[in-house]
Design a protein around this ligand. Structure first.
Ligand SMILES: [Zn+2]
Ligand SMILES: [Zn+2]
Length: 112
């Protein structure tokens, strides 16, 4: 990951920043004012670049017997509070149920 877009929160320095990468965070040091801070590696939105992400359990849906869809598990996805606002709203309305995927496995024609 690039450090180019990082500036010191203390003095605004952008060039003399060094980072030491840890497991899921980077310990940043500004060489201009020696301010140190931690930058988390929490996911960022790849659409708007925002960091206001929410971890949401997404249902893993499989076709069960007949016309039933069954939730076989969940996986954690990260949704952006801005770009995925409507999806998040849908999730929060149905809590504690997991978020259902946009595309469900095709249901067999139930007419017969
Ligand atoms: Zn600084
Ligand atoms: Zn976004």
């Amino acid at each position: 990951m690039s450090l180019a877009d990082i500036s010191c929160p203390n003095c605004g320095e952008t060039d003399s920043i060094s980072g030491r990468r840890d497991v899921n965070r980077i310990e940043m040091t500004c060489e201009a004012c020696l301010h140190e801070w931690v930058r988390s590696l929490e996911p960022k939105c790849d659409r708007c670049g925002g960091e206001d992400m929410q971890a949401v359990p997404l249902a893993i849906v499989e076709k069960g017997r007949g016309t039933q869809l069954s939730v076989v598990g969940t996986r954690r996805i990260h949704l952006c509070s801005v770009c995925d606002a409507s999806t998040l709203e849908r999730y929060h309305r149905n809590r504690p149920n997991p978020l259902m995927p946009e595309e469900l496995p095709t249901l067999p024609d139930a007419r017969d």
